[in-house]
Design a binder for this molecule. Structure first.
Ligand code: F6R
Length: 626
């Protein structure tokens, strides 16, 4: 939520900053803005409501002077509407300080009143602007010296409450950009140009600078960082005590964050799913076929002591958690509860040392999930993160982590992130069963072999998507589409409905097929499209037969039935207006294949309706506010 870029080095800063913003635009696209510090000792800035393209038009008409220090922002609006005036950067009253911000400054009203009492006039409705005025005042109060700008930032941070990443440039600082983070993401990139001149980058995530360097530094909570042309990188906490950032090398390159010939990032990311699943499984099998999850830094004894599991996540990641419940309970016999993070955090859940809380987050920055994780840790529960973004806050604050190696996910709607989260949950479930002696090694090995067949099966589904796209085009005029599923197919139905809502802005709801008769069946009208995800005929206790009955029930009431069923499942044929076939897959693993047509369907419907598939309205990729 909000993309942030900063640069100090020998290159033309504006180009570097705009390129970073292009790669971060998925984080928010309500407005965009840049500020550069020019050699005459002034700041120059430009900002515009709407997508980055609008700002680029402004800059084409009125170019900024050349500069080698710059900051840039792409916004997801919180305080203040998405207007030019509320776009970042925000300048201090004297125009000497420019600030960009991601997060929410919770005590901004009081601070604003204090500034106004000193005669400061505000020119926006944002919480951010207060930071610009405070920073200018703190800087003016400090004696000249190399640490002055960073110290001014520390003074400001000590006064702020809430969540913030702040990045600032000052007209009197020709070599330095300073930044700070509390509860919002910020990473540093360290590179050099072809002639060996050092350069430094700041970004909400590594995509901001991946075109220039893969060498990154992870910042901790409540830290201030200064990037300086000659002094390099300096990190302290808010009181000024030195801190050592953790260095890591990003394991993907700029090409991975490009569209690669696809019309949409989402299409590319759907197509990458077989590889993403294979990468997530890679290197996790020992020589005897047993699972080896070295990254899970919990001892075998700690894992044996677990008597209850909570899975906590948001949105699509929550759906992965719902699927995990079926598998983990079945394999380990440990009770599993699944809850959306924003509810879990505030309802006083019963947790103790023998509770394992699994938090799932693609971005590793979702604020609701982060707050739930902190709450769980306060209650002494063990926390295991399933996460895609290396170096992000959620895995850093968890006791243990299992990374999904999906690579960068740029489209706002999660696809490969989701499938790899499901696979990681399977790995955790099987690992727990193995460590606790509930499954023998050969049983685990057989199930891991099933997992290893998933990339091939997803690839098979992807090869047969043309009829699904055609169906999508025919559904583009629908007002409502319902999704039904039962057993593990129920969370898949929820995910299908979420994808459609967020991409195509069509009313969509997912239901447990058995619940239909308790109310929702009243929604079915002549021609209402109903997508039914049918569990495998081998699923427990004839749940398959019951879903076939549910298809008949909705069809009898006029529904147009779209049925996702396994190859060879002929029971559904008489009641399906359209059948989408998926390969035969073990029951608990089926969501990995049955989700794929739903992703393609939502994408095609949105595209046919003329919407921006990668950047749906009102959304942002990484939701860093509660
Ligand atoms: C939907 C979607 C969101 C995210 C949710 C959690 O397509 O992408 O619902 O799943 O905001 O995000 P992460 O996984 O980054 O915590």
């Amino acid at each position: 939520m909000c993309g942030i870029v900063g640069y100090v080095g020998p290159q033309e800063a504006l180009g570097v900053v705009l390129e970073g913003l292009r790669r971060l635009e998925y984080r928010g696209y309500d407005s965009a803005g840049v500020a550069v510090r020019v050699d005459s000792g002034e700041l120059a800035s430009a900002k515009k409501a709407g997508k980055l393209a609008n700002l680029e038009k402004v800059l084409a008409d009125e170019p900024l002077p050349p500069s080698t220090i710059g900051i840039g922002h792409t916004r997801w609006a919180t305080h203040g509407g998405p207007t030019d005036r509320n776009a970042h950067p925000h300048l201090s009253a004297d125009g000497r300080v420019a600030v960009i911000h991601n997060g929410i400054i919770e005590n901004f009203a009081g601070l604003r009143a204090q500034c106004e009492a000193r005669g400061v006039e505000f020119s926006s409705d944002t919480d951010t602007e207060v930071a610009a005025h405070l920073l200018a005042a703190a800087y003016d109060d400090l004696p000249a010296g190399p640490d002055r700008f960073a110290e001014a930032m520390r003074v400001v941070c000590r006064a702020l409450e809430g969540a913030f990443t702040l990045v600032a440039t000052h007209a009197d600082e020709p070599d330095t950009v300073v930044a700070a983070r509390r509860n919002s993401p910020l990473v540093v990139g360290v590179g050099e140009t072809a002639d060996g001149t050092p350069e430094y980058f700041l970004g909400s995530d590594v995509a901001a600078f991946i075109a220039h360097t893969r060498e990154a530094r992870e910042l901790g909570q409540d830290q201030v960082v200064e990037i300086d042309r000659t002094r390099g990188l300096t990190v302290t906490d808010f009181s000024g005590a030195p801190a050592e950032p953790k260095a890591y090398t990003v394991d993907w390159d700029a090409a991975a964050a490009e569209k690669g010939g696809y019309d949409w990032f989402m299409l590319k990311e759907i197509a990458e799913q077989p590889q993403a699943i294979a990468d997530t499984l890679l290197g996790r099998l020992g020589e005897h076929g047993e699972l080896v999850l070295d990254e899970v830094r919990l001892s075998d004894q700690e894992l044996r002591d677990i008597d209850k599991i909570f899975v906590v996540a948001c949105g699509t990641a929550y759906h992965a958690g719902l699927i995990a419940k079926y598998a983990i309970e079945h394999w380990t016999r440990i009770p599993v509860e699944v809850e959306v993070a924003s509810e879990f955090r505030y309802r006083d859940p019963v947790l103790d040392r023998s509770t394992l809380v699994i938090v799932i987050s693609q971005s590793g920055e979702t604020m609701d999930t982060l707050m739930a994780l902190r709450h769980a840790k306060e209650q002494k529960a063990r926390v295991l993160a399933i996460c895609n973004a290396n170096g992000s806050t959620i895995p850093r604050e968890s006791d243990a982590v299992l990374y999904t190696h999906a690579g960068p996910e740029v489209a706002v709607a999660s696809t490969k992130g989701f499938l790899t989260q499901i696979v990681a949950c399977y790995l955790v479930g099987l690992f727990l069963a193995q460590v606790r002696g509930i499954k023998y090694e050969d049983e685990v090995a057989a199930m891991v072999a099933d997992l290893q067949s998933l990339p091939g099966k997803v690839a098979e589904v992807l090869e047969q998507m043309e009829p699904v796209r055609e169906l999508g085009r025919s559904l583009a005029g629908a007002d409502t589409i319902l999704f039904l599923g039962r057993h593990v197919a129920y969370p898949v139905a929820l995910e299908g409905a979420l994808k459609l809502k967020e991409l195509a802005y069509i009313h969509a709801e997912g239901f447990a097929a058995g619940e239909l008769k308790h109310g929702p069946i009243a929604l079915i009208d002549q021609g209402t499209p109903v997508v039914v995800v049918v569990p495998s005929p081998r699923a427990r206790e004839s749940v398959h037969g019951k879903v076939v009955s549910n298809i008949q029930e909705v069809r009898a009431r006029g529904a147009r039935t779209i049925v996702i069923a396994e190859e060879g499942d002929d029971d559904v044929v008489p009641y399906a207006d359209h059948i989408i076939r998926v390969p035969r897959t073990p029951t608990l693993l089926a969501p990995v294949v049955t989700t794929v047509p739903l992703q393609v369907l939502a994408c095609e419907i949105a595209d046919t309706r003329g919407y921006d598939v990668d950047q749906p309205r009102n959304l942002a990729k990484s939701v860093t506010v509660e």
